[in-house]
Design a protein around this ligand. Structure first.
Ligand code: ADP
Length: 257
């Protein structure tokens, strides 16, 4: 078991969590949740104790992407803490498991809800808590990053130029917060058909991010119909290539797997 490195200043519920890893993107629809959830299950497949925190209050994806038996979070009255639900050994928290939520919330309210879910959940002993960040770099994201010390950030992007501009904003946010961005996942980079490789969104935005910001690792995740189907059916996958490689970049920071 790994040694908790986050320290005793944290809210009690997070004190036995060794590493908190943010999976972030600046735009919606680039595959951030797909990477976050499958990265978490890949880490679990490597023997780590893992939790997923779905911080996207407006569009929670986790309830679709996993199939826990218990789809409602439980509140413990005496301690006023929340019991996460669980699927295949991974602990799960999402606003989508909180029952009938409010669809319309102002930013500060959303930040409050996120902070409460994150800091009053009984996470127990975890090697990794993977946070599926809401898309963007606004107040909600900033507050979240300030509530807990992040071990590392993984940035998800697609190969378009437009995505590069957005990603740069994300990289700057983490760098201001002194959180190491350890990897860029260039998602939906290509697909193979009839023995040929196609690049429907062009090439090169991911490598530009790596070069410009000195992020050590770039991983390409191709368009895989099976990955989309697994997300829709609630059956997350261990994706050794390349998410197992992303997991290994955490070791470069001296953290456990
Ligand atoms: P985001 O969290 O960035 O909004 P999602 O992870 O929800 O994006 O992905 C958007 C859609 O694209 C989902 O339907 C997902 O299954 C699909 N998808 C994401 N990455 C891939 C991939 N590499 N191959 C096939 N489908 C993918």
């Amino acid at each position: 078991p790994s040694k908790p490195i986050l320290g005793a200043d944290l809210p009690k519920c997070l004190q036995r969590v060794s590493n908190i890893v943010a999976v972030s993107s600046c735009k919606g629809g680039v595959g951030k949740s797909t990477v976050a959830v499958n990265l978490a299950y890949t880490l679990a497949g490597m023997g780590a104790r893992v939790g997923i925190f779905d911080a996207d209050v407006y569009g929670p994806s986790l309830p679709t992407m996993v199939s826990p038996e218990n789809r409602l979070l439980e509140m413990i009255a005496e301690t006023k803490t929340i019991l996460p639900t669980e699927y295949l050994g991974v602990k799960l928290i999402s606003f989508g498991f909180a029952g009938q939520g409010r669809a319309i919330m102002r930013g500060p309210m959303v930040s409050g809800v996120i902070n409460q879910l994150l800091t009053t959940t009984e996470w127990g002993e975890l090697d990794y808590l993977v946070i599926d960040m809401p898309p963007g770099t606004g107040d909600i994201q900033l507050t979240l990053c300030q509530v807990v010390p992040l071990t590392a950030a993984v940035i998800v992007t697609t190969p378009q130029k437009l995505a590069f501009i957005d990603v740069a904003k994300g990289v700057r946010m983490f760098s201001k917060l002194k959180v190491p961005c350890v990897a860029v996942v260039e998602n939906m980079c290509h697909f193979d058909a009839d023995g040929k490789r196609f690049y429907p969104f062009g090439r090169g935005s991911g490598s530009q991010v790596v070069e410009q910001f000195g992020i050590p690792h770039l991983f390409e995740l191709p368009i895989k119909p099976a990955l989309s189907a697994s997300g829709d059916s609630g059956q997350p996958e261990v994706v050794a290539d390349p998410l197992g490689e992303v997991a290994k970049t955490f070791q470069d920071l001296g953290v456990c797997v």
